[in-house]
Design a protein around this ligand. Structure first.
Ligand code: ZN
Length: 263
């Protein structure tokens, strides 16, 4: 009797170890590395802090790894190779080495999710690949102060926007307009834009008219850009939060090595 009990115990322990190992192999499903900078415009730091809390909360149950760094030198081959997505909360690669590593990561099928200033570029940027990656648009103008705005969902059948209303009021943000509009590129898919109902938008700085894409992807890459990212209001709207989660999920799901959500 005593021997049988021990055997059962051994069997139980073996089973527990086996189950534990298989769970460990399945989870977490993917890894995200988020870059942010604490030394930038305070409203961009506020957004990064809110975003960090938002995404950390989504890792509940060990669904994915959400690692953080404030060191842009972590944009190097060795560091980013294990991540299915790099997220730029309020910064972008600066040095030639960081830029090279980012280009290589993206060309090799890496994932990118960028917010707000992460796409900022102007005449002084001198990084043609990056402008092309973003759909050819150069920063043109913005509204000031930050304001809520009515957004139009350009395609309600895309995995990122499916189930959303045709329009919603997005929380206060500093909205950027680009010249030329990324929509003019054949390889750019625009998913949301500022409604023309908003114009003129702003007091000090005004968006008077024009085409203002807010969320888009360059279909040559596994990337999504969202113009939201200024101040502490961004995560206060349930519709927008749903959209942000769907955007992250879509970039992860389109990994050429397979869809982790279907394993
Ligand atoms: Zn801003």
């Amino acid at each position: 009797m005593k021997t049988t009990f021990s055997k059962q115990m051994v069997l139980s322990i073996v089973l527990i170890v086996l189950i534990g190992t298989s769970l460990q192999a399945q989870y977490p499903r993917f890894k995200v590395l988020a870059f942010y900078n604490k030394q930038v415009e305070s409203a961009h730091v506020d957004f990064a802090n809110d975003a960090i809390k938002f995404f950390k909360d989504l890792t509940i149950g060990n669904g994915f790894v959400f690692d953080l760094t404030t060191n842009m030198d972590d944009m190097n081959d060795e560091k980013v190779k294990g991540y299915q997505l790099v997220m730029m909360l309020n910064d972008f690669p600066n040095s030639p080495a960081q830029k090279q590593a980012f280009q290589k990561y993206m060309k090799n099928g890496g994932g990118w999710m960028g917010f707000h200033v992460a796409a900022y570029n102007d005449r002084s940027t001198k990084w043609p690949w990056f402008v092309d990656f973003l759909g050819g648009g150069v920063f043109y103008r913005n509204n000031w102060p930050p304001l809520p705005a009515k957004l139009v969902i350009d395609d309600t059948n895309h995995p990122i926007t499916i189930g959303l209303p045709n329009t919603y009021i997005a929380p206060a943000n500093e909205w950027y307009q680009w010249k030329p509009s990324p929509r003019e590129r054949k390889n750019v898919k625009v998913l949301a834009s500022l409604s023309t109902d908003n114009y003129p938008l702003g007091l000090k700085d005004i968006l008077p008219d024009g085409d203002t894409p807010v969320i888009w992807t360059n279909t040559d890459y596994r990337m999504i850009y969202l113009n939201m990212g200024h101040g502490g209001e961004i995560f206060k709207d349930a519709t927008q939060n749903k959209l942000i989660i769907a955007a992250l999920r879509w970039v992860i799901a389109t990994d050429k090595k397979g869809n982790v959500f279907e394993r």
